[in-house]
Structure formats: structure tokens, C-alpha cells
Design a protein around this ligand. Structure first.
Ligand SMILES: [Zn+2]
Length: 306
């Protein structure tokens, strides 16, 4: 089971960019962290460390933000998706500003950073959160749901009643390779009609065609078009993986969502964590409970340091 030990980054790696909503520049460093430390966000300029856990979510309007006291870190979902997608359990994400750089609007630049850093295997078994009975969060016709399954699969349906984004579904069974190839490159998107309203509200100030897909009434405004025909649904899968990582450890379940967003994803995470009969935490090498649950551990390997 040595392969199922916790993983952190092998060395520090840094990138720099502007925040999508604040437009503020920030430098971001992925740094190694101790076993069982989980993922944390460290505001270098304030000296405050915020664990990437649901209890620290302070805002879910258009993106997910964490806070502790007066310290905030906004738009955490894409870097979190990259960390969970590449099987990294422990990492200190250091930041000298209020918002994670948006880079190209996807999780691919963070996957690239992780590949640059490499991964170090640690002397502690991985922990997983296993779903024992279905839990659902619903708001009108929006729904997010988890149910018991032997492995993680994620399925998302978007439907904006728009000619280009109607009833589009993407689903996949989790592995780091499929995540990197099929999910991580999908970019965030918005409607041209919303841009003015968002910017008047002080949001999307760093947005451009370089870091978001922009859609008008009938077409994609980005000169290069889409990276995948169903890039919208794939990006929602990416966002959901980032949001679900705020459970504090990787999930083993089937996640299904229709028209959900950060707020409903977080409502589901909180409901699941609040119900001790609906979930169990297991640790590889420490728990007898793994066998009867018959889970299939996700395939991880792309980053394994030799
Ligand atoms: Zn997103």
C-alpha cells in the first residue's frame, strides 16, 4: 500500500498573475506541507494561514472565497481542483494578495506548476471521505448530490437556455491522468450580457478573453474558439472538484449535479459533513473498515517522483 501514502510537492514553485474578480496582481507559491496538514492558504502579507476547509468558506458569489478573521483568499477553486486532481494531500499555497491568480481561466497552469514541482510521498497513509448514504442539496431546479460508490466519479449538467449551452453533460471516473487531460484545461466562462453588470458590481475586473470564454447571444467571442466542444460542462466539473476538496480530503462517491454552482456545491459539502451517518473517514493502513466498504482507490501516478 506504499503507493497510497499522502503526497506533497517536492519543492517550492511560484507563479504570478492577476485575480479574475479583483484585477489585483499576486504571486502564488506552492510549498511542501507536513503529513495530515491538508491544504492551507497562507497570506504572506498578513501572516495568516487559512485551512482549505468548508468551515472557512465566506463567499460563494461567482467564485469560492475563504476567510479567517479579516484575512480573505478569493477564487480558490481552480488551484484546489488541480491539487485534488493530481492527488496532492498536503500543500501550503502562499499568496501575497487577496485573490488567486486566474492565469488562463483553467486549472492547467496549476497542473503544470505541480509537474514542475514534482511530488514527494510522505510517511502517512492517505485519508478519504467515503459516502455511506445519499445526500442532496437542492434549490429550485438546481441540484447537487453524492451517493455511495466504490470510486470517485463526477457528472455535471449545465443548461443556461442558451443556443451554445443547453443540456450539456460531462462525466468522468477520477484518475489524475484523465483529470489532467480531459478536465484541467477547461476554462471559466461568462456571458457578454453579464460582464457590464459584474464590473459595475466590482467583479470580473481582471477578466479578458485571455482568461475566460466569453459568449454573446449566438457565438464564442474568443478568437481561438473552444478547447473542447463541451468545455462549459467540463469547467463545471473542474469547479465542483475544487469545491468538493473543501471536505478536507479526497471524496469516494458518485457526485452528480445539474445547474449547480459554488453556493449549492458548498451547501452539499456542509450537509454531508454535518451528518455523521452519511460519511466515514478512512485512512489507508490504519483502518480495518476499508475492506468491507470495497472501495477502489483512484489511479494516481502521473506525478510520482521516482
Ligand atoms: Zn471556475
Amino acid at each position: 500500500m506504499a503507493n497510497w501514502n499522502q503526497r506533497t510537492v517536492a519543492r517550492k514553485v511560484t507563479c504570478r498573475g492577476v485575480g479574475l474578480h479583483s484585477g489585483r496582481p499576486a504571486s502564488l507559491t506552492l510549498a511542501p506541507a507536513a503529513p495530515d496538514a491538508g491544504v492551507t492558504f497562507f497570506r504572506r502579507d498578513l501572516g495568516v494561514e487559512i485551512p482549505a476547509r468548508a468551515e472557512h468558506v465566506v463567499d460563494t458569489q461567482l467564485s469560492t472565497s475563504l476567510g479567517l478573521g479579516p484575512a480573505r483568499v478569493a477564487t480558490v477553486e481552480h488551484v484546489l481542483a488541480a491539487l485534488t486532481g493530481m492527488g496532492v494531500d498536503n500543500c501550503r499555497v502562499e499568496l501575497d494578495g487577496p485573490e488567486i491568480p486566474i492565469l488562463d481561466g483553467s486549472a492547467a497552469p496549476f497542473v503544470y506548476l505541480l509537474q514542475e514541482a514534482g511530488v514527494r510521498t510522505q510517511r502517512a497513509g492517505k485519508r478519504f471521505l467515503i459516502v455511506k448514504r445519499p445526500v442532496e442539496a437542492r434549490e429550485g431546479d438546481k441540484v447537487a448530490r453524492v451517493e455511495p460508490a466504490p470510486e470517485l466519479s463526477v457528472r455535471f449538467t449545465v443548461d443556461f437556455g442558451h443556443p451554445l449551452i443547453t443540456d450539456q453533460t460531462f462525466s468522468f471516473v477520477f484518475s489524475d491522468r484523465v483529470f489532467a487531460r480531459e478536465v484541467a484545461r477547461a476554462r471559466t466562462f461568462c456571458f457578454l450580457r453579464d460582464v457590464e453588470r459584474m464590473q459595475a458590481a466590482g467583479l470580473a475586473l481582471g477578466g479578458s478573453l485571455d482568461n475566460a470564454i466569453v459568449v454573446d447571444e449566438f457565438s464564442i467571442l474568443n478568437p481561438g474558439g473552444l478547447r473542447y466542444p463541451d468545455e462549459f460542462a467540463r469547467h463545471k466539473v473542474l469547479d465542483a472538484m475544487g469545491d468538493l476538496s473543501l471536505l478536507g480530503m479526497p471524496l469516494i462517491a458518485t457526485f452528480t449535479a445539474r445547474r449547480s454552482g459554488h453556493a449549492l456545491n458548498q451547501a452539499l459539502v456542509k450537509k454531508l459533513l454535518a451528518d455523521p451517518t452519511a460519511h466515514a473517514v478512512v485512512q489507508i493502513g490504519a483502518d480495518e473498515e476499508l475492506e468491507p466498504l470495497q472501495i477502489r482507490l483512484p489511479a494516481l501516478g502521473a506525478l510520482d517522483a521516482a
